[in-house]
Design a protein around this ligand. Structure first.
Ligand code: 3HC
Length: 684
């Protein structure tokens, strides 16, 4: 026995069982336990073959991410890989749960791999801004070939056992629940049949084959340029796989190149940010005043009010995990249209082969259509997703309070309104919570859970856990205008709208923001969403309002900030330029000419950081990393910057304070304090 390992012998088979919760990551404790097991069985002449298996919920989930950037401590992962691959006795990896990153790479130095059908294997390092640095870029192409390895490693998605078997990533499937027995009998068969010791590193045919198509790597980079933009890891992954081909059959030379490229990524700001983000995403569910003693309420059925795009998307989240939904609308027509959209979404997935036609019908059967609110009487949770008007919401909540059984949670999907005012329309404000989804609600992973003044801890806990169970990342916010994501990003919109009156064009602004790493700039986004939709009723006149008056609604009609050809290709618009110039004149703002990209980025994004600091000051957000998660998942803020707060820490808070002062925007007290103390918002 070691701290994390136990070792036993059954007949001729030695079994190394590692159990290092929560996910058997390959930190020092785990590595020592593996080392002890293999040394012990190497010395035990009664053992002829070895099974390596994990206890707990999963096979090794990869290297211990918290060890990156620290000096290595022996035995390091590579020592362990060598120990296993050079074992004189065949080793069978027995996989359940998820064999990821270094975990799957470790299975690749075993001589055989067997997995239960529910297991998944994969190399997700790319999402940490890394490449598989324990031989994954050298061994995987030797098994699946170069084209498949490129997709698997740059995509980073885990692969289900059955598919992995087809690809050769594992050698056999065990019966679910019988992994240990099946792995032992697999090992016995190897011995009985005298099967050879299979070393992946000796298999060179697929790499030699690839030497013939020299252009494959450049073409791959070109084809994926858009998806890889701004990320450092995908390019390095491609180069590492290329090295496997170039150096084959010299395995060690390829490994040396993989290590060089890995170390470059490990030290890169992109990977630092992405590793920070990995933990940030897992931190959001931790609410300081809600401990393990706080329970949750059962949610076995859900009601959704409003079958528009939002309500339909929200509904799909619950159907997908088997929770039935009563979908309520005011008219049969609206209801039919909404249900039709949900059906079409599922049918499109079926067309793409992502689900069967039978599954579509199963999911649709979970919807109970309803006119009016009466049918919501027995559901455990109601989510209201009607349009943003306080009087309408209050009326609905007051009615729901009278209709729904005691204990039903009443949630609003409001994006801006005061949840406490809505809650006050009911006799159960402790059961009122915000559940703010982002559009399209069946796709976007952010869920802001809004905690009202009187919302009970149990209700918060329920909403957070439920959010996680439907695949969202729940971020907790207190009540304020726009909550977290919309409030910080509104600060960017305000600056963008002002800036185009001062000289830079919408194209200049969009380009600077695109080059920073966003998928599109604010004006491209406005045109896409529709200028009639983004219209503001808090100002008398605006550029977008003036464009709407000219019937320029954006991409959907006559252009907006841009002109569009029949293929929706954008070009600068002379009409929009005139509207902007007229508006600037009306406001008495002088055109001072173009600005640098750097100045534009500072103008638009420093105020986002400032707003984030205010959210912390006001206690709206629990922690800076929650703000980063909200920006990344709600607004596609480029993840390799770590989000606005991590980015501000990276460039230096004093620089942000100076920038804000120069723009005449008062910096938040917390921001100034942290800058003065040389402090940070986030912990890398
Ligand atoms: N290192 C350190 N901690 C890890 C970890 C890892 N590789 N993987 C998970 N954890 C921690 C999480 O931070 C979390 O901690 P917390 O409870 O204190 O918040 C805890 O383990 C449980 O994780 P999840 O909440 O994510 O648990 P799930 O059950 O939802 O998911 C999982 C399990 C699918 C294994 C998921 O944790 C995961 O995807 N882990 C990361 C896998 C990965 O990226 N591996 C590659 C690592 S890099 C590498 O191997 C480099 C190599 O090539 C050299």
């Amino acid at each position: 026995m070691s701290e994390a390992g136990s070792y036993c012998v059954e007949g001729e088979i030695g079994i190394v069982t590692i159990d290092n919760p929560p996910v058997n990551s390959l930190g020092l404790r785990t590595r020592r336990a593996i080392q002890e097991g293999f040394n012990r069985f190497a010395a035990d002449s009664s053992v002829k073959a070895i099974v390596l298996i994990c206890g707990g919920r999963t096979f090794f989930a990869g290297a211990d991410i918290s060890e990156f950037g620290q000096p290595p401590v022996a035995p390091d992962l590579h020592d362990i890989l060598r120990l296993i691959e050079n074992s004189a006795k065949p080793v069978v990896a027995a996989i359940h749960g998820t064999a990821l990153g270094g975990g799957y790479e470790l299975s690749l130095v075993c001589h055989y791999r067997i997995a239960v059908p529910s297991a998944m294997v994969g190399l997700p390092e790319v999402s940490l801004g890394l490449l598989p640095g324990a031989g994954g870029t050298q061994r995987l192409p030797r098994i699946v070939g170069v084209p498949a390895a490129l997709d698997i490693i740059t995509g980073g998605k885990p692969i289900k056992a059955k598919k992995a078997l087809e690809l050769g990533m594992i050698d056999s499937l065990a019966d679910e629940g019988k992994l240990r027995e099946d792995a032992i009998s697999f090992a016995r068969h190897i011995l009985a049949d005298g099967k050879p010791m299979m070393r992946v590193s000796d298999r060179n045919e697929k790499l030699i084959e690839a030497k013939a198509s020299a252009d494959i790597f450049e073409e791959y980079l070109k084809r994926n340029a858009r998806a890889f933009r701004g990320f450092k890891a995908p390019g390095h992954i491609v180069r590492a796989i290329q090295a496997a081909v170039d150096t084959a059959p010299d395995f060690d030379a390829g490994m040396a190149r993989e290590m060089e490229l890995f170390l470059e990524l490990e030290a890169s700001p992109e990977s630092l940010a992405q590793r920070y983000y990995f933990f940030a995403e897992r931190e959001t569910v931790k609410v300081p005043d809600i401990g393990k003693d706080v329970g949750t309420l059962p949610v076995k059925s859900v009601g959704v009010i409003g079958a528009g795009t939002m309500g339909g998307g929200i509904t799909m989240n619950f159907l997908n995990v088997g929770i039935p939904v009563v979908l309520a609308e005011m008219s049969q027509e609206a209801l039919d249209r909404g249900i039709g959209i949900v059906r079409r979404n599922y049918e499109n997935s079926a067309k793409k082969g992502r689900m069967t036609a039978e599954r579509v019908e199963q999911l649709m059967a979970l919807i109970t259509p309803a006119i009016g609110l009466e049918a919501l009487r027995e559901v455990d949770l109601v989510i209201e997703a009607v349009f943003e008007q306080m009087s309408v919401k209050k009326e609905i909540f007051s009615k729901l309070d009278g209709i729904c059984k005691p204990g039903t949670i009443l949630a609003s999907n409001t994006s801006f309104l005061d949840l406490d005012e809505i809650a006050a329309a009911t006799g159960r404000p402790d059961h009122v919570v915000g559940m703010h989804f982002f559009s399209p609600a069946n796709v976007m992973r952010l869920l802001e859970v809004v905690r009202g003044e009187k919302t009970s801890k149990e209700v918060i806990n329920t909403a957070m856990k439920l959010g996680k169970s439907i695949g969202k990342v729940p971020v907790l916010s207190r009540v304020c205008w726009g909550f977290i994501a919309n409030r910080i990003m509104a600060a960017r919109a305000v600056q963008a709208n002002e800036l185009i009156l001062e000289g830079p064009t919408p194209q200049d602004v969009d380009k600077a923001i695109y080059d920073y790493g966003f998928a599109m700039g604010p004006f491209q986004m406005n045109d896409l969403v529709g200028l009639d939709v983004i219209g503001r009723d808090d100002v008398e006149r605006s550029v977008s309002g003036d464009l709407v008056k000219l019937d320029r609604l954006g991409q959907k009609k006559n252009g907006g900030y841009y002109d569009y050809d029949e293929n929706r290709k954008a070009s600068p618009s002379p009409v929009a330029a005139q509207v902007i110039a007229d508006f600037a004149q009306y406001k008495g703002i002088e055109n001072k000419g173009p600005q640098s990209d750097e100045a534009i980025v500072a103008r638009l994004l420093y105020p986002v950081v400032n707003e984030g600091a205010k959210l912390l000051e006001e206690g709206i957000a629990i922690r800076a990393s929650d703000i980063d998660v909200a920006a990344i998942l709600g607004y596609n803020w480029p993840v390799y910057t770590g989000g606005p707060m991590f980015w501000a820490d990276t460039i230096g808070l004093q620089k942000v304070v100076d920038g804000l002062n120069a723009l005449g925007i008062p910096p938040a007290t917390l921001l100034v304090e942290k800058a003065q103390n040389g402090d940070r918002f986030t912990t890398p």
